[in-house]
Design a protein around this ligand. Structure first.
Ligand code: GLC
Length: 537
């Protein structure tokens, strides 16, 4: 096994080779089930991803983040891990992961893997033993087992609710089959929460980090990074509100101060390995200032900017969230990140409500901002959310909640189209685990490659310009320019960006210099509706 493999070994021009590479990196999220299927079983896999790595290098991203590929019963599409050191047979084997990391490095791409430390699968060996051994088992102390309330323990131990709906507790059976203690699961019942007060849990995850670092990964995206530590005594939350995954309430199981000690210990390990390996927090916190705490110099490197993702296509709101994001991280010296889409939310082409022109404009605005940007597979093809999946094919365990989304997350997870025709549009030889909608072929990589008006070529050009232009990406500030209502405009050095968020043309005088890139047609006059323009001024 390759020990301490330094990141990118070749790829001289690779931006990912620079110290502090992550500060302005574009990181591409691969959702392994839906990217490319190497063995024709209808499900994406590691060999499939490996074969498509040249596409990602050519697209111009710096790194790839892979959603979980670990051994898992797939109750939550792999976010329920039964063995943190093994690859699920559906995705390949450990050798495939090694080969993928090696090839990626050879192409100048960094590799970030997903780590799921808040909970395991209920099929994890520890949890299975905890169930088998019954109350009093030392293994139960590694999770949150509690007697129920009520006369016969028939009520859950507290009033916490699962993010996927219903109580956050499930009653286990005693070894003799009678109803027993309850266990905590903030997500599905198949995802019991670890007890992070237990030293064995802390030791185990330090060891898991080392396992993957030894294999050569460049970092970890930390799932539910705000959730591992619970308020002492697991107090009731009291207000009986339905939780939302994207919520911003202060809760006794999210964003507790105790999580930071864990990240300090992880940072020591990341630094020990050298090569600028990073930790990225998936932390849904109530405010940008709370997010900044995860990014203190001795903690993690990046956190997803969900405040940005949750902001609508509105100039005032966008300016505010951009300022807030940059201002909140300056004191801790961390780089900001930006994100519009991922595997948990409605794709931004659909979510922002303005179709492809608006999605393209939003993308160019995001890629113009200083810091690092996350791109979710398929957004470079301008894929919409698939909103008409029949109920029987849906696999997401989250329950429908009428919060403006379709309540289920399968619509952004449909396998992506590589070719115009063919079985599953080049995804694989054996169909696709979620049906691709009509018209998918015209959105394929094949259909868009070489077409200067295509969204794929827009992303390719934008990413190339980010690498070439010294004022794109880098730094931690923007200078706002005077602009008409509905227009977001800023300068960074010799770079100017203006985005018209309105549905009508807006007068915005072109700065002296030349147009670098536009998200749609632009003749140098008024800024057209839902259009972003980049200038080198
Ligand atoms: C994160 C993941 C999501 C998963 C949940 C539970 O939010 O992004 O897909 O369902 O954690 O692990």
């Amino acid at each position: 096994m390759t020990k301490h493999l330094a990141a990118p070994t070749t790829g001289a021009a690779a931006a990912s080779d620079r110290p502090g590479w992550w500060r302005d990196a574009v990181i591409y999220q691969v959702y392994p089930r839906s990217f490319a299927d190497g063995n024709g079983d209808g499900m994406g896999d590691l060999p499939g991803i490996r074969r498509r790595l040249p596409y990602l290098a050519e697209l111009g991203v710096d790194a790839v983040w892979l959603s979980p590929f670990y051994a898992s019963p797939q109750a939550d599409a792999g976010y329920d891990v039964s063995d943190y050191r093994a690859i699920d047979a559906m995705f390949g084997e450990l050798g495939d992961a090694e080969a993928l990391i090696r090839d990626a490095h050879g192409l100048g791409l960094r590799v970030i893997v997903d780590l799921v430390p808040n909970h395991s699968s209920d099929q994890h060996e520890w949890f299975q033993r905890a169930l088998r051994e019954g109350p009093g088992s030392p293994l139960r102390a590694r999770y949150h087992f509690r007697p129920g309330r009520g006369e016969r323990g028939e009520e859950p131990p507290n009033d916490w609710e699962s993010i996927f709906g219903g109580p956050a507790w499930t009653r286990a059976k005693n070894p003799d089959g009678t109803p027993g203690e309850w266990y905590l699961h903030l997500f599905a019942p198949e995802q019991p929460d670890f007890n992070w007060d237990h030293p064995a849990v802390r030791d185990e995850f330090r060891s898991v980090l080392r396992f993957w670092l030894d294999l050569g990964v460049d970092g970890f995206r930390i799932d539910v990074a705000h959730g591992m530590v619970k308020a002492p005594g697991l107090p009731d939350m009291g207000h009986g509100e339905q939780l939302k995954l994207l919520g911003n309430q202060v809760l006794p199981f999210f964003d507790q101060d105790g999580v930071h000690e864990i990240y300090r210990s992880w940072r020591l390990i990341l630094d020990e390995y050298g090569g600028d390996r990073i930790g990225v927090a998936e932390a849904w916190t109530p405010s940008a200032d709370r997010t900044a705490l995860y990014l203190r110099p001795d903690e993690l490197h990046q956190a997803f900017n969900f405040h940005y993702l949750n902001t609508g296509w509105d100039a005032v709101a966008l300016r505010a969230v951009i300022d807030e994001s940059l201002d909140s991280l300056r004191p801790v010296g961390a780089a900001t990140t930006w994100v519009l889409s991922n595997h948990d939310v409605v794709r931004h082409r659909t979510r922002l409500g303005g179709g492809l022109p608006r999605a393209r404009a939003a993308t160019l605005l995001m890629l113009a901002l200083p810091g690092s940007a996350y791109v979710y597979q398929g957004e470079e093809l301008g894929l919409p959310e698939v909103t008409d999946l029949p109920d029987e094919v849906r696999q997401d365990p989250s329950f429908a909640k009428s919060d403006g989304q379709d309540g289920l997350r399968d619509g952004c997870r449909v396998p992506i189209p590589w070719t115009r025709g063919g079985t599953s549009h080049g995804f694989g030889e054996g169909g696709s685990w979620l049906p691709q909608p009509e018209g998918w072929g015209e959105l394929s990589v094949e259909a868009q490659t070489g077409d200067p008006d295509s969204t794929l070529e827009l992303y390719r050009t934008a990413l190339r310009l980010r690498r070439e232009h010294p004022d794109l990406g880098a730094g931690d500030a923007v200078r706002w320019l005077d602009a008409p209502e509905g227009v977001v405009a800023f300068r960074r050095g010799a770079f100017v960006c203006a985005a018209n968020t309105t549905g009508r043309p807006a007068p915005f005088p072109a700065p002296p210099g030349r147009v670098l890139l536009t998200s749609g047609p632009y003749d140098g006059g008024d800024l057209p509706a839902d259009t972003t323009v980049w200038w080198s001024a």
